[in-house]
Design a protein around this ligand. Sequence first.
Ligand code: 5GP
Length: 191
Amino acid sequence: YNLLQKKILADGTIKSGDVLKVDSFLNHQIDVPFISKLGKEFYELFKDRPISKILTIEASGIGIACLTAVHFRVPVLFAKKSAGSNMDKDVYSTEIRSFTHNKVNHVVVSKKYLNAGDHVLIIDDFLANGCAVEGLIDLVHQAGAEVEGVGIAIEKGFQGGGDALRKKGYDVKSLAIIEKMDAASGTIVFR
Ligand code: 5GP
């Protein structure tokens, strides 16, 4: 088992509806020295790419994106879940269905901070059905920028979002891929 897999086995709890809770180190309390190590791993995985910006989505992607960005020495841009004014002309916007909250978020980034010519690394804490990452890719393309790669801490492989993105040609790298998990027995199997 790698670092993150060990941490998931030690501290993760499985909730109903295929939700893994990792509130002790990633999604509520943040174990900064530990998440810093994950940031370094993302750097090692993508350092050969000409990354000019890291893009994530609020709130839980921000910490891990920042701890990755210190190595790349580039800014972090986080997409905001907004109330939803389609009138705003200064933003790129997209709709993202939230897996954990089962609602659709209108998500925006300012046109000021995402530009044609940007080479973007997308970072997020979890990848399930892939809606969040697909929405972020949509924002990058609206700006005429390029997606260099997608770095995910925990991918739930059995939900298929990661493989669908790989099939489309995106370089998706996850630090831990869960192949199956069972709430009743508490077992987690990694790919
Ligand atoms: P997707 O859009 O790929 O279906 O889901 C990814 C998003 O939903 C992530 O941004 C993450 O915040 C949230 N998410 C999905 N599955 C889980 C999970 O099992 N546990 C936690 N904590 N968040 C999840």
